[in-house]
Design a protein around this ligand. Structure first.
Ligand code: G3I
Length: 318
């Protein structure tokens, strides 16, 4: 069988999924593959649920793009991951630069997360309530949220999300926490402190933006370390980039690397699923951000399957 979601579910997982984005949905060759829920049992909007897209001015909510993705998930019979409530990036300047007091910013977060999560109540499997709170050295990211509210902003956002949709799984999502690292330790300490304080938290999202041949070691043990703290885990944004041009050797290593990541999720009961950060190189974020790198996805620019596709199958079957 080659239906990646069907295979994942046969191994006891909830989903294999993909990110997508609104401009891509006019590409019918692209949507033909995306809409197949035996291939992708879950989708994540790559941009259209972010703060700049959903509340560009204070109190002015715009749902066109977000609704389109939510409706697509429902039409296709796919789970939906919400991405995201609170993040330093794609954040309107009215949030970052208004000089809000702690009380004002608390209310701003509560209104944003409550309204956003509430709009899709009952439609979202899991929400990335807080995205990328840490620097790579494990210190807190210096953004308007931390600088105004210290670490309290995390529980403010999580509590607002829980109130707005009591059945959605609430996640904190970050990159470079897929193996042991200073940032991983900080995230584990945050989970412990939130759990100890009875703050609602259900999952940790490991983004999984990797480089071919450079996976961290100990991914499976790392998943177990998180689940031992009482949270589920998921790979939420998996892609594995390379320096271009791609070669047969790089594509083979990429396949091995996809297999390694997926097999780690397969092996750990509390790992609920894997989401790739779009399925095709045609719409990958990588080349625009890392010039000279790309080919990070399991399908190529022409929507043809790469060796990584078989790597994912091998990972689920491991
Ligand atoms: O919306 C504007 C449009 O008006 C303008 O004409 C166009 C010109 O460049 O830019 C458009 O904004 C772009 C936006 O995507 C929507 O397409 C931004 O330039 C571009 O930077 C932005 O990139 C997104 C990136 O997050 C921004 O941080 C990527 O598509 C998206 O895949 C990426 O996703 C993030 C996750 O949210 C969090 N984890 C890392 C991941 C990869 O960076």
């Amino acid at each position: 069988a080659t239906a990646l979601n069907t295979i994942a579910k046969s191994k006891g997982k909830l989903y294999f999924g993909s990110a997508t984005d609104n401009p891509e949905l006019t590409d019918t060759a692209y949507t033909t593959i995306l809409d197949d829920n035996t291939m992708f049992g879950q989708i994540t909007p790559g941009n259209s649920m972010k703060w700049d897209a959903t509340e560009p001015e204070q109190g002015v909510f715009t749902w066109t793009g977000a609704d389109q993705i939510a409706n697509l998930a429902e039409t296709n019979g796919q789970l939906l991951r919400g991405h995201n409530c609170v993040w330093y990036s794609q954040l309107p300047s009215w949030v970052s630069s208004s000089g809000f007091t702690a009380a004002q910013l608390t209310s701003v977060i509560q209104t944003h997360c409550g309204t956003l999560v509430g709009r899709y109540k009952g439609q979202v499997y899991s929400w990335d309530v807080v995205n990328e709170p840490f620097n790579d050295d494990g210190t807190w990211r210096s953004d308007v949220f931390y600088n105004t509210l210290n670490t309290e902003y995390v529980s403010i956002a999580l509590n607002a999300a829980r109130t707005a949709d009591p059945n959605a799984k609430l996640y904190i999502n970050d990159y470079n926490i897929e193996g042991p690292s200073a940032k991983t330790t900080s995230m584990q300490n945050l989970v412990k402190s939130l759990k100890a304080a009875n703050v609602p938290l259900d999952g940790i999202g490991l983004q999984g933006h990797f480089i071919v041949g450079e996976l961290p070691s100990g991914i499976e043990d790392n998943l177990r370390a998180f689940t031992a703290l009482g949270v589920e885990v998921a790979f939420t944004e998996l892609d594995i980039r390379m320096t271009l041009p791609s070669t047969a050797a790089l594509l083979a290593q990429q396949s091995t690397d996809y297999e390694t990541v997926v097999s780690a999720c397969a092996a750990v009961e509390g790992c609920v699923g894997v989401t790739i950060w779009d399925y095709t190189d045609k719409y990958s974020w990588v080349p625009a951000t890392f010039p000279g790198q790309g080919a990070a996805c399991p399908w190529d620019q022409n929507l043809q399957r790469k060796p990584a596709f078989q790597g994912i199958i091998n990972g689920w079957n491991s």
